[in-house]
Design a protein around this ligand. Sequence first.
Ligand code: HEC
Length: 145
Amino acid sequence: MKKYIMVIGCLFCCVPLLAQVKTKAKPRHVAGLALISGKGIYEKYCLTCHQADGGGVPNMNPPLIKTSYVLGNKIRLIKVVLNGFSENVDIDGESYSNVMPSHDFLKDQEIAAVLTYVRKNFTNKAGPVTAAQVKAVRATNKKKA
Ligand code: HEC
């Protein structure tokens, strides 16, 4: 009998404790999701090719420093990330042998964050890219395919 009382007593003690842990952990989780870091995404998905300083690798991966793609038309820039880039075109007078894979698995907010990061770093000074802009380009992108 004593054992049962102890078990039941423990349950009453632990349930509110657990509930507290749950409610405490929840807002932190939501905050973590809301805080998408452009730098973090760059380091995870772009750095290996375009390098930490955005300088690229000569003849292989282009730099992201003041190129016409980075500073220019946002629609074209968003498409590079969504579709990848394998056309053998000159980028500001140079050509690059590597192929950039599509990053369309990234969420709208993630693409917006990483492109905003690129447009504001590596000595670039261009306006942000918003998730709404990425969403709009993604929608027209799909229609074509
Ligand atoms: C596997 C290597 C690789 C990865 C990863 C990669 N890129 Fe690229 N990227 C390239 C190559 C190579 C080109 C040029 C392709 C060509 O000329 O055919 C390019 C082109 C570009 C361009 C247009 C040209 C310029 O230099 O302005 C932008 C912008 C760009 N990448 C941004 C990104 C961003 C942002 C990410 C991460 C989300 C990323 N890339 C991930 C290899 C990569």
